[in-house]
Design a protein around this ligand. Structure first.
Ligand SMILES: [Ca+2]
Ligand SMILES: [Ca+2]
Length: 190
């Protein structure tokens, strides 16, 4: 005896089944989108941490060669691109970067500059490297400055460089952050 489904059983999906299926699909899509978003943000913060590490090495080399601190501003003249543009300073044996620093190297779309003074054009007073509450570096030194950095990204960068320093993460250690202006400051070399 053959079993034959009744026409009503084969008549397509019920409204409830369609609603359930759409709900499941939209939850899946949202989860995937969130994961992708998280991965993109992680990629951006990792890029900044890598850049800080590269500049640490590069600034140390420049310091050993020339005896001072280099500045490298994105989209600037030769005098402000001392790592990438040929300089006449004694001992200069660059270029120290593969190419000049450009705003495109800020993954968050803002500006990016390497300063030769830790006060970064008086945007910050200096750095409390050991996190004891008093500033340790106030003058010469190299700071990588980035604008338009979202708070979550800044916190992730801070966590990977300053690790578990006590006190306010945005004021202590080698990474400082000004939330109102979305500005990130990383002391790369001093
Ligand atoms: Ca200190
Ligand atoms: Ca910090």
């Amino acid at each position: 005896m053959k079993f034959r489904p009744t026409p009503t059983a084969r008549g397509g999906f019920s409204l409830m089944e369609i609603i359930v299926a759409i709900s499941i699909l939209s939850i899946l899509a949202a989860t995937l989108a969130m994961r992708a978003g998280g991965m993109i943000e992680k990629g951006k913060t990792a890029k900044v941490v890598d850049l800080a590490s590269t500049f640490k090495t590069v600034c140390a080399t420049y310091h050993a060669d020339v005896g001072g601190y280099a500045r490298e501003y994105a989209n600037s003249g030769k005098n402000n691109r001392r790592l990438s543009a040929k300089q006449n300073s004694t001992g200069w044996s660059g270029p120290y970067l593969e190419s000049a620093l450009t705003p495109g190297q800020n993954p968050f779309g803002g500006t990016i500059d390497l300063y030769d003074n830790v006060r970064t054009g008086n945007k910050i007073p200096g750095f409390d490297v050991d996190g004891d509450g008093s500033l340790d570096v106030r003058g010469d030194g190299n700071v990588l400055y980035l604008s338009e950095v979202p708070r979550e990204a800044a916190e992730a960068i801070d966590a990977s460089i300053d690790r578990d320093l006590n006190g306010a993460w945005n004021k202590r250690g080698r990474v400082r952050y000004k939330a109102n202006r979305k500005e990130l400051f990383i002391l790369v070399y001093y």
